[in-house]
Ligand binder design. Sequence first.
Ligand SMILES: [Zn+2]
Ligand SMILES: [Zn+2]
Length: 378
Amino acid sequence: MKAVVYEGPRNVSVKNMPDAKIEKPTDVLVKITTTNICGSDLHMYEGRTDMETGRILGHENLGVVVETGSAVERVKKGDCVCMPFNIACGFCKNCEKGLTGFCLTTNPGTAGAAYGFSGMGPYSGGQAEYLRVPFGDFNCLQLPPDAEEKENDYVLLSDIFPTGYHATVLAGVEPGDSVAIYGAGPVGLMAALSAQLKGASKVMVIDSHPDRLRLAEKLGAIPVDDSDGSSVEQILKLTGGEGADRGCECVGYQCSCHGREVPNLTMNNLVKAVRPTGGIGMVGVFVARDPGSPDDLAKNGVLALDFGQLWMKGQHIATGQANVKAYNRKLRDLIAAGKVRPSQIISHELPLDRAPEGYRHFDARTEGWTKVVLKAAA
Ligand SMILES: [Zn+2]
Ligand SMILES: [Zn+2]
């Protein structure tokens, strides 16, 4: 099968790889139709992780079931399904509570597994013609009859829509709240959409890329241009000096300021911009070790946080990757009902063969390249 393979820093190729196949009776084999390039793929693409060369990338996957293992009961051949990026067992202590991003059995020794991802287990990614889905009954979300027509909406259920939603849950967004979202990348934009679904009175999105800020505005948020570093003052002004009720961190450890990486910048801005006793949800990726970082603390995963101010303000912080399965069903139903259209942030639809071009432009933040989806079916 054709697949997108990591060859080394800033080098991916599309080549023939052994076909994905059923390996265990609980597996499902999916013929991929749409698979996305994610901002978190870029950490691997840039060589900032210990991703092994020769592995297939891609954790945002949608397709049609072509084969099921002998122990699979619910999922049937021909079903159109979308898979959470988390691979979860459904029966461990965390999965039982809905915390499927921290499954204790699919990536032994740590918590949480994913397709085609450094540090998240041995699983191959779905930027390929076929994908093996472990625990298929648990991990396949079946899609309604309009799956083909709304494929670009449903494929965002694999990660960024639930992840943006999770940011608002971690921050504690309630109806009427004002929300400051740092980062107008795909996840930040999905957080803006989710905050509005949850009834926020004012959603402010902070970034320094004009094209992304325009998209945030199109989604109904107030764009806050931080290219001069004035975002905190602007948020205080927009909230009558009080600060936002809730804040979302949708940037992660490679946060940059005028081309220089400053890993603690967004978090400390959020501590300043969120009101006393407000909540901060962090879904941007931070890592335990980042040897490639120019920042000495960050090399060991340490962040210089304004902890005194955080404590004095009585703020809470909640962190971590999204438990996609906790949200994907209800978000699917909102898409099916026509209440929300997350695909409006997709900027490029490319055939799988053109994945290297998609990676190059998305990584370079080329103007207008917001979200790339790859069409795997020939
Ligand atoms: Zn992703
Ligand atoms: Zn589990």
